[in-house]
Write a protein that binds this ligand. Structure first.
Ligand SMILES: Nc1ncnc2c1ncn2[C@@H]1O[C@H](COP(=O)(O)OP(=O)(O)O)[C@@H](O)[C@H]1O
Ligand SMILES: [Mg+2]
Length: 244
């Protein structure tokens, strides 16, 4: 069971959109995928047409490893794709995780680790106890970066933070919300690969289809499979899968 986190210190950079579309691409490629919504805002849970509630004992039992995961994990409309939902109570996870070993998050899934090839974490923004858990549990951090100064600066801050904590989890950044007509975006992207050799090269364009995911409550492949954004997410997934 491999674990990839869609993570950024920043909000609004496309973590959730990317988590859903990469998870569906992986499931279409035949992987058994679990998407874990860790954000109390529960956007992933909503997009996948589920109720924002943690059944099977709530968040406390989940952290303690006593939850009945068969009750907590839900089906989605997509074959090979299951959901571990979030609810408002997911905000308690941060406090509940304090004092636990750093890889607790991964251990929480132990009872179902044979059922999935890949777990995709949709993370809330910030640098918290939960983030520390994510860093220690994930095999790589997929970091969506908008090609602007501030977004790229937070990526550098994240790398510094990991270096200072001697955390070796690799960062695989990629561009989202790309508008090629904007000079700033073009300029920001030019030298990026020199500074970040591990970056993923598929760029996710700014696309109204992605915004429409909220209206359809579905991943791109279900309602806009031939759009540039859907194609870019497929290419991004292929690039990631070659690294796994
Ligand atoms: N490629 C894109 N093109 C256009 N809008 C996007 C794109 N990616 C995300 N969005 C929109 O930007 C907002 C933030 O995206 P989201 O995935 O929720 O970010 P995060 O999870 O990092 O907070 C949402 O309204 C979403 O619909
Ligand atoms: Mg999100």
């Amino acid at each position: 069971m491999q674990m990839l986190a869609l993570y950024s210190i920043k909000g609004g950079v496309g973590k959730t959109a990317s988590a859903i579309n990469l998870a569906t691409q992986a499931s279409l490629a035949g992987q058994r995928v679990l998407i874990w919504d860790l954000d109390p805002q529960a956007a992933t849970t909503f997009y996948l047409r589920n109720k924002p509630k943690i059944r099977g004992g709530g968040v406390e039992k989940l952290v303690k490893g006593k939850a009945t995961l068969e009750k907590t994990i839900r089906d989605t409309d997509m074959a090979n794709l299951d959901l571990l939902p979030a609810g408002l109570e997911s905000r308690e996870m941060d406090t509940l995780l304090e004092g636990h070993k750093a890889s607790r998050l991964r251990r929480m899934l132990k009872p179902v680790s044979d059922d999935y090839d890949l777990v995709i974490l949709d993370c809330p923004p910030g640098l918290t106890t939960l983030s520390e858990q994510i860093f220690s549990s994930a095999d790589a951090l997929l970091v969506p970066v908008v090609p602007t100064t501030l977004s790229m600066r937070t990526l550098t801050q994240l790398q510094q933070y990991l270096d200072e904590g001697h955390i070796n989890t690799p960062l695989w950044p990629f561009f989202t919300l790309v508008d090629r007509r904007r000079r700033l975006h073009q300029d920001s992207m030019t030298d990026f690969h020199k500074q970040w050799p591990a970056r993923l090269s598929a760029n996710i364009p700014y696309a109204s289809a992605v915004e429409q995911m909220g209206v359809h409550q579905a991943p791109l492949v279900q309602f806009a499979p031939r759009t540039a954004a859907a194609v870019a997410y497929r290419q991004l997934w292929e690039e990631i899968s070659r690294r796994l």
